[in-house]
Design a protein around this ligand. Sequence first.
Ligand code: MRU
Length: 368
Amino acid sequence: MKINGQHYRTIWLAQDGWRVVVIDQTRLPFRFETVALGSAEQAAGAIRSMVVRGAPLIGATAAYGVALAVRVDASDAALAAALDLLGATRPTAVNLHWALSRMRRVLSGLPVEMRAEAAYAEAAAICDEDVALCHAIGEYGLPLIREIAARKPAGQPVNILTHCNAGWIATVDWGTALAPIYMAHDAGIPVHVWVDETRPRNQGAALTAYELGGHGVPHTVIVDNAGGHLMQHGQVDMVIVGTDRTTANGDVANKIGTYLKALAAHDNGVPFYVALPSPTIDWSIRDGLRDIPIEERAAREVTHLSGLAEDGEVRSVRVVAPGSAAANPAFDVTPARLVTGLITERGVCAASATGLATLFPDMANKAA
Ligand code: MRU
Protein backbone atom coordinates (compact mmCIF):
# COMPACT_ATOMS: atom_id res chain seq x y z
CA MET A 1 0.00 0.00 0.00
CA LYS A 2 1.04 3.62 -0.31
CA ILE A 3 2.36 6.32 1.99
CA ASN A 4 2.48 9.76 0.39
CA GLY A 5 2.14 8.18 -3.03
CA GLN A 6 5.05 5.76 -2.54
CA HIS A 7 4.45 2.02 -2.33
CA TYR A 8 5.75 0.35 0.81
CA ARG A 9 5.75 -3.06 2.34
CA THR A 10 6.19 -3.16 6.11
CA ILE A 11 9.49 -5.07 5.96
CA TRP A 12 12.31 -5.14 3.43
CA LEU A 13 16.06 -5.62 3.08
CA ALA A 14 18.37 -2.61 3.44
CA GLN A 15 20.65 -1.49 0.61
CA ASP A 16 23.48 -3.45 2.22
CA GLY A 17 21.52 -6.60 1.41
CA TRP A 18 21.51 -8.07 4.92
CA ARG A 19 19.94 -5.73 7.48
CA VAL A 20 16.17 -5.78 7.77
CA VAL A 21 14.25 -2.52 7.62
CA VAL A 22 10.86 -2.06 9.29
CA ILE A 23 8.51 0.86 9.84
CA ASP A 24 8.63 1.95 13.50
CA GLN A 25 4.96 1.59 14.42
CA THR A 26 5.49 3.13 17.85
CA ARG A 27 6.11 6.45 16.08
CA LEU A 28 3.02 6.37 13.86
CA PRO A 29 0.85 8.23 13.06
CA PHE A 30 2.84 11.36 13.89
CA ARG A 31 6.25 10.36 12.54
CA PHE A 32 7.08 8.00 9.68
CA GLU A 33 10.42 6.47 10.65
CA THR A 34 12.14 3.26 9.72
CA VAL A 35 14.54 1.14 11.77
CA ALA A 36 17.25 -1.16 10.41
CA LEU A 37 17.51 -4.37 12.42
CA GLY A 38 21.02 -5.88 12.42
CA SER A 39 20.74 -8.86 14.78
CA ALA A 40 18.31 -11.43 16.12
CA GLU A 41 18.37 -9.53 19.41
CA GLN A 42 17.25 -6.36 17.66
CA ALA A 43 14.52 -8.24 15.79
CA ALA A 44 13.32 -9.74 19.08
CA GLY A 45 13.40 -6.30 20.70
CA ALA A 46 11.35 -4.81 17.85
CA ILE A 47 8.67 -7.49 18.28
CA ARG A 48 8.61 -7.21 22.08
CA SER A 49 8.36 -3.42 22.10
CA MET A 50 5.79 -3.39 19.25
CA VAL A 51 7.96 -1.47 16.83
CA VAL A 52 6.45 -4.19 14.64
CA ARG A 53 3.17 -5.86 15.55
CA GLY A 54 0.24 -7.68 14.01
CA ALA A 55 0.38 -11.45 13.79
CA PRO A 56 1.60 -11.86 10.17
CA LEU A 57 4.24 -9.14 10.49
CA ILE A 58 5.50 -10.58 13.77
CA GLY A 59 6.00 -13.90 11.96
CA ALA A 60 7.82 -12.26 9.04
CA THR A 61 10.09 -10.29 11.38
CA ALA A 62 10.91 -13.38 13.41
CA ALA A 63 11.83 -15.25 10.21
CA TYR A 64 14.25 -12.47 9.27
CA GLY A 65 15.49 -12.48 12.86
CA VAL A 66 16.59 -16.08 12.33
CA ALA A 67 18.35 -15.05 9.11
CA LEU A 68 20.20 -12.29 10.97
CA ALA A 69 21.32 -14.82 13.59
CA VAL A 70 22.58 -17.52 11.24
CA ARG A 71 24.41 -14.94 9.13
CA VAL A 72 26.77 -14.58 12.12
CA ASP A 73 26.74 -18.14 13.43
CA ALA A 74 24.84 -20.91 11.67
CA SER A 75 25.71 -23.72 14.09
CA ASP A 76 22.93 -25.88 15.54
CA ALA A 77 23.43 -24.24 18.94
CA ALA A 78 23.18 -20.70 17.55
CA LEU A 79 20.12 -21.58 15.50
CA ALA A 80 18.40 -23.09 18.55
CA ALA A 81 19.26 -20.03 20.65
CA ALA A 82 17.83 -17.65 18.03
CA LEU A 83 14.63 -19.69 17.73
CA ASP A 84 14.22 -19.64 21.53
CA LEU A 85 14.93 -15.91 21.78
CA LEU A 86 12.46 -14.97 19.05
CA GLY A 87 9.86 -17.50 20.16
CA ALA A 88 9.71 -15.93 23.62
CA THR A 89 8.88 -12.41 22.43
CA ARG A 90 5.05 -12.49 22.33
CA PRO A 91 2.85 -15.40 23.35
CA THR A 92 -0.50 -15.04 21.59
CA ALA A 93 0.11 -14.57 17.85
CA VAL A 94 0.66 -18.07 16.51
CA ASN A 95 2.20 -16.85 13.24
CA LEU A 96 5.38 -16.28 15.25
CA HIS A 97 5.69 -19.98 16.10
CA TRP A 98 4.53 -21.00 12.65
CA ALA A 99 7.28 -18.91 11.01
CA LEU A 100 9.95 -20.11 13.44
CA SER A 101 8.98 -23.78 12.96
CA ARG A 102 9.19 -23.28 9.21
CA MET A 103 12.66 -21.73 9.53
CA ARG A 104 13.78 -24.57 11.80
CA ARG A 105 12.48 -27.20 9.37
CA VAL A 106 14.24 -25.66 6.37
CA LEU A 107 17.54 -24.81 8.06
CA SER A 108 18.16 -27.79 10.30
CA GLY A 109 18.28 -30.10 7.28
CA LEU A 110 21.03 -28.06 5.60
CA PRO A 111 24.81 -28.00 6.02
CA VAL A 112 25.92 -25.06 8.18
CA GLU A 113 27.55 -23.18 5.29
CA MET A 114 24.31 -23.11 3.30
CA ARG A 115 22.08 -21.88 6.10
CA ALA A 116 22.49 -18.11 5.91
CA GLU A 117 21.52 -17.84 2.25
CA ALA A 118 18.64 -20.28 2.72
CA ALA A 119 17.38 -18.36 5.76
CA TYR A 120 17.16 -15.08 3.87
CA ALA A 121 15.43 -16.85 0.97
CA GLU A 122 12.90 -18.50 3.28
CA ALA A 123 12.16 -15.27 5.15
CA ALA A 124 11.62 -13.51 1.81
CA ALA A 125 9.30 -16.34 0.72
CA ILE A 126 7.27 -15.98 3.94
CA CYS A 127 6.87 -12.27 3.19
CA ASP A 128 5.86 -12.82 -0.44
CA GLU A 129 3.41 -15.52 0.56
CA ASP A 130 1.84 -13.24 3.17
CA VAL A 131 1.19 -10.63 0.50
CA ALA A 132 -0.47 -13.25 -1.71
CA LEU A 133 -2.56 -14.65 1.18
CA CYS A 134 -3.79 -11.21 2.21
CA HIS A 135 -4.60 -10.32 -1.39
CA ALA A 136 -6.68 -13.51 -1.68
CA ILE A 137 -8.46 -12.68 1.61
CA GLY A 138 -9.37 -9.34 0.06
CA GLU A 139 -10.78 -11.03 -3.02
CA TYR A 140 -12.89 -13.46 -0.98
CA GLY A 141 -14.10 -10.77 1.41
CA LEU A 142 -15.05 -8.31 -1.32
CA PRO A 143 -18.31 -10.12 -2.37
CA LEU A 144 -19.54 -9.97 1.26
CA ILE A 145 -19.31 -6.18 1.15
CA ARG A 146 -20.73 -6.06 -2.36
CA GLU A 147 -23.80 -8.06 -1.28
CA ILE A 148 -24.55 -5.65 1.56
CA ALA A 149 -24.02 -2.67 -0.75
CA ALA A 150 -26.53 -4.14 -3.20
CA ARG A 151 -29.20 -4.21 -0.47
CA LYS A 152 -28.64 -0.58 0.56
CA PRO A 153 -30.19 2.48 -1.08
CA ALA A 154 -27.99 3.65 -3.96
CA GLY A 155 -24.99 5.69 -2.86
CA GLN A 156 -25.31 4.83 0.85
CA PRO A 157 -22.04 3.50 2.22
CA VAL A 158 -21.60 0.07 3.75
CA ASN A 159 -20.69 0.79 7.37
CA ILE A 160 -18.03 -1.61 8.58
CA LEU A 161 -16.73 -1.68 12.13
CA THR A 162 -13.21 -2.90 12.83
CA HIS A 163 -11.16 -3.30 15.98
CA CYS A 164 -7.42 -2.83 16.51
CA ASN A 165 -5.28 -2.73 13.39
CA ALA A 166 -5.57 -5.60 10.94
CA GLY A 167 -4.55 -3.60 7.90
CA TRP A 168 -1.43 -3.62 5.78
CA ILE A 169 0.63 -2.29 8.68
CA ALA A 170 -0.12 -5.49 10.63
CA THR A 171 0.96 -7.71 7.73
CA VAL A 172 3.52 -7.42 4.95
CA ASP A 173 1.00 -5.73 2.63
CA TRP A 174 -2.76 -5.46 2.08
CA GLY A 175 -3.80 -6.51 5.59
CA THR A 176 -6.35 -9.10 6.67
CA ALA A 177 -9.56 -7.38 7.85
CA LEU A 178 -8.84 -4.28 5.79
CA ALA A 179 -7.94 -6.05 2.52
CA PRO A 180 -11.61 -6.55 1.48
CA ILE A 181 -12.31 -2.94 2.47
CA TYR A 182 -9.50 -1.58 0.30
CA MET A 183 -10.71 -3.69 -2.60
CA ALA A 184 -14.31 -2.56 -2.14
CA HIS A 185 -13.20 1.07 -2.05
CA ASP A 186 -11.04 0.58 -5.15
CA ALA A 187 -14.00 -1.09 -6.91
CA GLY A 188 -16.11 2.01 -6.34
CA ILE A 189 -18.34 0.52 -3.62
CA PRO A 190 -19.04 3.25 -1.07
CA VAL A 191 -17.66 2.11 2.28
CA HIS A 192 -17.28 3.84 5.61
CA VAL A 193 -15.27 2.32 8.46
CA TRP A 194 -15.98 2.73 12.16
CA VAL A 195 -12.52 2.48 13.70
CA ASP A 196 -12.40 1.40 17.36
CA GLU A 197 -9.67 3.42 19.04
CA THR A 198 -8.47 0.17 20.72
CA ARG A 199 -7.20 1.07 24.13
CA PRO A 200 -4.74 0.76 25.66
CA ARG A 201 -2.29 1.17 22.76
CA ASN A 202 -4.71 2.77 20.35
CA GLN A 203 -3.82 0.69 17.31
CA GLY A 204 -7.16 1.74 15.78
CA ALA A 205 -6.84 5.47 16.37
CA ALA A 206 -3.15 5.56 15.47
CA LEU A 207 -2.64 2.88 12.82
CA THR A 208 -5.95 1.87 11.23
CA ALA A 209 -7.03 5.50 10.89
CA TYR A 210 -3.59 6.36 9.47
CA GLU A 211 -3.63 3.70 6.80
CA LEU A 212 -7.29 4.13 5.83
CA GLY A 213 -6.67 7.86 5.53
CA GLY A 214 -3.58 7.19 3.42
CA HIS A 215 -5.72 5.20 0.98
CA GLY A 216 -8.59 7.68 1.01
CA VAL A 217 -11.11 5.34 2.66
CA PRO A 218 -13.80 7.28 4.59
CA HIS A 219 -13.64 6.40 8.28
CA THR A 220 -14.54 7.66 11.73
CA VAL A 221 -12.66 6.85 14.94
CA ILE A 222 -14.89 5.89 17.87
CA VAL A 223 -14.19 5.04 21.48
CA ASP A 224 -14.13 1.33 22.15
CA ASN A 225 -17.43 1.44 23.98
CA ALA A 226 -19.42 3.07 21.15
CA GLY A 227 -19.81 0.02 18.89
CA GLY A 228 -22.79 -1.50 20.72
CA HIS A 229 -24.70 1.77 20.61
CA LEU A 230 -24.06 2.20 16.89
CA MET A 231 -25.22 -1.36 16.21
CA GLN A 232 -28.44 -0.80 18.18
CA HIS A 233 -29.16 2.17 15.93
CA GLY A 234 -28.56 0.35 12.64
CA GLN A 235 -25.35 2.19 11.91
CA VAL A 236 -23.14 -0.88 11.50
CA ASP A 237 -23.74 -3.23 8.55
CA MET A 238 -20.97 -5.65 9.35
CA VAL A 239 -17.92 -6.17 11.53
CA ILE A 240 -14.60 -7.40 10.16
CA VAL A 241 -11.68 -8.01 12.51
CA GLY A 242 -8.37 -9.83 12.28
CA THR A 243 -7.03 -12.49 14.62
CA ASP A 244 -3.81 -13.44 16.30
CA ARG A 245 -4.71 -17.10 16.71
CA THR A 246 -7.74 -19.09 15.62
CA THR A 247 -8.29 -22.64 16.85
CA ALA A 248 -9.12 -25.65 14.69
CA ASN A 249 -12.79 -25.28 15.73
CA GLY A 250 -12.96 -21.54 14.93
CA ASP A 251 -12.50 -19.83 18.30
CA VAL A 252 -10.81 -16.50 17.66
CA ALA A 253 -8.20 -14.71 19.78
CA ASN A 254 -7.86 -11.06 18.89
CA LYS A 255 -7.11 -7.71 20.52
CA ILE A 256 -8.82 -7.18 23.87
CA GLY A 257 -12.36 -5.90 23.35
CA THR A 258 -13.09 -7.99 20.26
CA TYR A 259 -15.31 -10.37 22.26
CA LEU A 260 -17.53 -7.49 23.43
CA LYS A 261 -18.00 -6.38 19.81
CA ALA A 262 -18.96 -9.94 18.86
CA LEU A 263 -21.53 -10.07 21.68
CA ALA A 264 -23.03 -6.76 20.60
CA ALA A 265 -23.06 -7.85 16.96
CA HIS A 266 -24.81 -11.11 17.90
CA ASP A 267 -27.42 -9.25 19.95
CA ASN A 268 -28.15 -6.91 17.05
CA GLY A 269 -28.03 -9.35 14.14
CA VAL A 270 -24.94 -7.71 12.66
CA PRO A 271 -22.68 -10.14 10.73
CA PHE A 272 -19.33 -10.58 12.47
CA TYR A 273 -16.51 -11.76 10.20
CA VAL A 274 -12.92 -12.64 11.04
CA ALA A 275 -10.27 -12.37 8.30
CA LEU A 276 -7.21 -14.56 8.57
CA PRO A 277 -4.44 -16.17 6.57
CA SER A 278 -4.04 -19.90 7.31
CA PRO A 279 -0.74 -19.47 9.25
CA THR A 280 -2.93 -17.85 11.95
CA ILE A 281 -4.80 -21.12 12.49
CA ASP A 282 -3.49 -23.21 15.37
CA TRP A 283 -4.54 -26.68 14.27
CA SER A 284 -3.27 -28.19 17.51
CA ILE A 285 -5.99 -26.73 19.75
CA ARG A 286 -9.79 -26.79 19.82
CA ASP A 287 -10.67 -24.79 22.90
CA GLY A 288 -9.62 -21.17 22.58
CA LEU A 289 -10.64 -20.13 26.08
CA ARG A 290 -8.63 -22.89 27.69
CA ASP A 291 -5.66 -23.22 25.36
CA ILE A 292 -4.75 -19.83 23.85
CA PRO A 293 -2.15 -18.04 25.97
CA ILE A 294 -3.24 -14.45 26.59
CA GLU A 295 -0.43 -11.92 26.79
CA GLU A 296 -0.46 -9.72 29.89
CA ARG A 297 1.32 -6.48 29.09
CA ALA A 298 2.74 -3.71 31.25
CA ALA A 299 0.38 -1.73 33.50
CA ARG A 300 1.96 1.44 32.15
CA GLU A 301 0.13 0.94 28.84
CA VAL A 302 -3.09 1.43 30.83
CA THR A 303 -1.97 4.11 33.24
CA HIS A 304 -0.38 6.29 30.56
CA LEU A 305 -1.38 7.60 27.15
CA SER A 306 0.90 9.09 24.57
CA GLY A 307 -0.02 11.55 21.85
CA LEU A 308 0.90 14.72 20.03
CA ALA A 309 1.09 17.65 22.41
CA GLU A 310 0.21 21.13 21.28
CA ASP A 311 3.90 22.03 21.07
CA GLY A 312 4.30 19.41 18.33
CA GLU A 313 6.15 16.89 20.53
CA VAL A 314 4.91 13.35 21.19
CA ARG A 315 4.46 13.08 24.95
CA SER A 316 3.19 10.56 27.44
CA VAL A 317 0.78 11.52 30.21
CA ARG A 318 -0.65 9.63 33.16
CA VAL A 319 -4.44 9.18 33.04
CA VAL A 320 -5.00 6.89 36.04
CA ALA A 321 -5.19 8.03 39.64
CA PRO A 322 -1.78 7.72 41.29
CA GLY A 323 -1.52 4.56 43.36
CA SER A 324 -4.24 2.59 41.53
CA ALA A 325 -3.30 -0.82 40.18
CA ALA A 326 -3.88 -1.51 36.47
CA ALA A 327 -4.32 -4.85 34.66
CA ASN A 328 -3.58 -5.25 30.98
CA PRO A 329 -4.71 -8.50 29.29
CA ALA A 330 -3.89 -7.78 25.65
CA PHE A 331 -6.21 -10.27 23.90
CA ASP A 332 -9.53 -12.02 24.40
CA VAL A 333 -11.17 -15.05 22.83
CA THR A 334 -14.39 -14.84 20.85
CA PRO A 335 -16.12 -18.24 20.81
CA ALA A 336 -16.79 -19.67 17.34
CA ARG A 337 -20.57 -19.50 17.92
CA LEU A 338 -20.41 -15.69 17.75
CA VAL A 339 -18.50 -15.62 14.45
CA THR A 340 -20.57 -15.41 11.24
CA GLY A 341 -17.73 -16.55 9.03
CA LEU A 342 -13.97 -16.82 8.58
CA ILE A 343 -12.53 -15.07 5.52
CA THR A 344 -9.42 -16.97 4.47
CA GLU A 345 -7.18 -17.15 1.41
CA ARG A 346 -9.17 -20.19 0.24
CA GLY A 347 -12.64 -18.71 0.69
CA VAL A 348 -15.19 -17.96 3.39
CA CYS A 349 -16.21 -20.74 5.76
CA ALA A 350 -18.18 -21.32 8.93
CA ALA A 351 -16.21 -20.84 12.14
CA SER A 352 -16.25 -24.52 12.99
CA ALA A 353 -14.06 -27.59 12.70
CA THR A 354 -16.13 -28.71 9.72
CA GLY A 355 -16.02 -25.31 8.06
CA LEU A 356 -12.25 -25.08 8.35
CA ALA A 357 -11.77 -28.71 7.31
CA THR A 358 -13.75 -28.05 4.13
CA LEU A 359 -11.30 -25.34 3.06
CA PHE A 360 -8.14 -26.87 4.54
CA PRO A 361 -8.60 -30.66 4.41
CA ASP A 362 -4.82 -31.13 4.25
CA MET A 363 -4.18 -29.30 7.53
CA ALA A 364 -7.29 -30.51 9.34
CA ASN A 365 -6.49 -34.16 8.61
CA LYS A 366 -2.96 -33.79 9.97
CA ALA A 367 -4.33 -32.17 13.13
CA ALA A 368 -7.09 -34.70 13.76
O1 MRU B 1 -0.99 -6.52 19.93
P1 MRU B 1 -1.04 -6.36 18.43
O2 MRU B 1 -1.19 -4.95 17.99
O3 MRU B 1 0.09 -7.09 17.76
O4 MRU B 1 -2.37 -7.13 18.04
C1 MRU B 1 -2.79 -7.25 16.72
C2 MRU B 1 -4.24 -7.50 16.65
O5 MRU B 1 -4.85 -7.96 17.57
C3 MRU B 1 -4.90 -7.15 15.38
O6 MRU B 1 -6.21 -6.74 15.57
C4 MRU B 1 -4.96 -8.19 14.36
O7 MRU B 1 -6.22 -8.61 14.15
C5 MRU B 1 -4.21 -9.38 14.37
S1 MRU B 1 -3.01 -9.22 13.14
C6 MRU B 1 -3.75 -8.98 11.58
